[in-house]
Design a protein around this ligand. Structure first.
Ligand code: WTA
Length: 637
């Protein structure tokens, strides 16, 4: 198989880029012609960033699963769609061909229907990294239900918030999951969450670990028993629901600088075209290559580069259930060797963590199958980049540094593997269709090269978010109101003398901890739930492995006999409210927080102190009580 829209050379990239800017409608309609449609679109693009309104391929009708499954089941039925590697190396690998994946998806889609699911319903998926997760996602899409996948590491309360926000009527989960040498009891977390989710009528439970779980009569059903009913009726195929191009495909919650996480909404056609186009081009995917994206499907990276991008391209996608350091820090390299992986896409935090184990875990592993490496999720430091290049890629594999966001659906800025130049710690150039601009605080365009500013995008691309679920105004406020007629990314960015882009990190109150997005306000709210906490302020600080660590300043009026115990109780509160990923790395008790006379916390000062910059913290004269700063500095952890 070949992809007519695959970029072939540097000149071709520049030519395609120009075409995408000069005539977006004809550029994208040529690409969209490579997909299966029930009806072609009436209008390629209709947009207005003020509302915001963005429609791609409006009037078109399609189903993304026919693009991911049916067409490949017909032309390459026995090619592996998914190779699954379990947490335990001793457990059996599973390989699922396109023909079989279509069968499984149709059967589970029928299960969903039997349990009352309809087009437009919201279905929450809280599953381990097993093929059934991909099957569940695609089965939702098959019948036109909107999936909302929640990362397996989130707490009952976080799940409940997300289920309530979207008023989901069905939850799909499993009894439990292995993560390294731990067993995580997913079903009991769901039971806890559902105490506050009246909209949920059914829970479908996959039996992964044979754990004993409580099953609520009439409401909870077993995945395999439901499948058996469908098999007994000999149902092997169900037709795909015909969806409007702009119907919702999925919701994925993500953190911002204020309030609770918001449900980013992606729609059927534009997202499909973007996930596919970026997958095929950035990684330069060639027929039959094995693509291994190490992300969890609970995040956007897994949605776009384990599920929809690869499968819509008829690729073989490797899914891994475990963690990089179990049973040892050579796990990724063993998987590469065992399955002859060609493309490896992972996060800088994973690279830094594996780097810290030295070369021993790599020695004796055959990594010759690798052809392309990628990184995503946070800025990659040069040291990690070189380590990846030398030890994993053996200096012969291009590394793509892909910058994007949950909201962008797929990669926006990246070099193209083996075609455009890589530059350590630079995402480099925008993909066709992407028009980045740098602006100053007032929103003035910063022209030219060798400049820095806030990164915005001035023209829509097919994969961009359409709204935030249930609250369109929040979408407008968050992304389209800071700068007029621009989508604001929240990232700071440098454009160097060559015109290459380097993302320098968030400029808002969003942390990036091990590649996970966490809002400081969210963590503060969670800390404040501890009965003894009066107030708190959370900032990020540089962390060798995680990229950013979480530093919490806490005013505590409860009793402190054992400081360690109180701190661990506070951390536990955060785990309960959000999940273990948001636990503070450092908690410092303070008697007050640096506030302006109007009561605003001066995070800038707290950030500097957390970073260890004690001499140059800027003007403190406007503070209500400048003396707290001295105290905080003195007791810094
Ligand atoms: C950061 C993940 C530097 C950035 C796909 C962005 C990056 C946030 C890169 C989105 C990169 C992602 N270089 N920073 N290559 N990729 N980021 O929504 O701050 O989980 O705004 O999407 O991660 O995180 P999200």
């Amino acid at each position: 198989m070949s992809y007519p829209y695959q970029i072939k050379s540097v000149e071709h990239y520049h030519e395609q880029y120009q075409k995408s800017i000069n005539d977006p409608a004809s550029f994208w309609s040529e690409i969209a012609n490579n997909f299966v449609w029930h009806k072609k679109w009436d209008q390629v693009l209709n947009w207005n960033f003020n509302e915001p309104k963005v429609e791609w391929f409006a009037g078109g009708k399609l189903n993304i699963t026919e693009n991911c499954l049916d067409r490949w089941a017909e032309t390459q039925p026995d090619v592996a769609a998914i190779i699954w590697e379990p947490n335990e190396p001793s457990e059996k690998t599973r390989t699922i061909t396109y023909k079989d994946l279509l069968l499984h998806v149709c059967q589970f889609a029928q299960v969903l229907k039997n349990n009352g699911a309809k087009k437009g319903d919201r279905i929450c998926i809280y599953m381990p990294m097993i093929p059934e997760l991909t099957i569940a996602i695609l089965a939702c899409a098959r019948i036109g239900a909107i999936h909302s996948v929640v990362f397996g590491g989130f707490s009952a309360q976080s799940i409940s918030d997300r289920i309530q926000d979207a008023a989901c009527n069905i939850v799909i989960t499993a009894d439990g999951v292995y993560r390294g040498n731990k067993v995580i009891p997913l079903k009991s977390v769901i039971d806890e969450a559902l105490k506050t989710c009246p909209s949920v009528e059914k829970t479908i439970v996959y039996n992964r670990l044979q754990l004993s779980v409580s099953m609520n009569d009439g409401k909870d059903v077993w995945w395999n028993k439901e499948i058996q009913k469908v098999v007994d009726k000999n149902i092997q195929f169900i037709p795909a629901e015909s969806m409007d191009a702009e119907d919702m495909l999925f919701i994925l919650y993500t953190s911002g600088s204020t309030g609770k996480p918001k449900g980013v909404v992606h729609t059927c056609a534009g997202y499909m075209v973007w996930a596919n186009y970026t997958f095929v081009n950035v990684f330069q995917y060639q027929s039959r290559q094995i693509h291994f994206c190490t992300a969890d499907i609970g995040w956007i990276t897994g949605h776009s580069y384990i599920v929809y991008g690869p499968l819509s391209a008829g690729a073989t996608s490797l899914m891994f259930e475990g963690i990089p350091t179990y049973p040892d820090a050579g796990r990724f390299w063993s998987i590469v060797e065992k399955h002859n992986v060609n493309i490896l896409y992972t996060a800088p935090t994973a690279i830094r963590s594996l780097m810290s184990f030295g070369k021993e875990p790599i020695e004796g592993k055959n990594l010759e199958s690798l052809q392309v490496l990628g990184t995503v999720g946070e800025p990659i430091n040069e040291e990690a980049w070189h380590w990846y290049n030398e030890n994993i890629g053996n200096k012969r594999c291009p590394i793509v540094d892909t910058w994007w966001q949950t909201e962008t659906g797929g990669v926006l800025i990246s070099n193209i593997a083996g075609i455009t130049n890589a530059k350590p710690s630079f995402a480099t150039l925008p993909l066709p269709g992407v028009q980045p601009v740098l602006v100053d605080e007032q929103g003035n365009n910063i022209e030219g090269n060798g400049v820095s500013g806030n990164l915005c995008i001035k023209f829509p691309w097919p994969g961009m978010l359409r709204t935030t679920y249930g609250d369109h105004e929040r979408c407008r406020q968050t992304y389209f109101s800071t700068y007029k007629n621009l989508y604001f990314t929240g990232d700071g960015c440098l454009r160097d003398q060559d015109g290459d882009y380097r993302i320098t990190g968030r400029v808002d109150d969003v942390l990036n901890v091990s590649g996970h997005r966490i809002g400081t306000a969210e963590v503060e709210n969670a800390i404040n739930m501890h009965a003894g906490v009066v107030e708190s302020a959370v900032v990020g600080y540089p962390h060798d492995i995680k990229g950013q660590g979480i530093y919490a300043y806490v005013i505590f009026n409860g009793e402190i006999n054992e400081e360690v115990e109180v701190k661990s109780a506070i951390a536990k509160t955060v785990s309960t409210v959000i999940g273990a990923i948001a636990k503070p790395d450092k908690i410092q008790f303070v008697s007050g927080l640096p506030k302006t006379r109007s009561g605003k916390i001066m995070r800038r000062i707290l950030r500097k102190i957390a970073e260890g910059e004690l001499t140059n913290i800027g003007d403190t004269t406007t503070l209500l009580d400048p003396s707290v700063v001295e105290e905080i500095k003195k007791n810094r952890l």
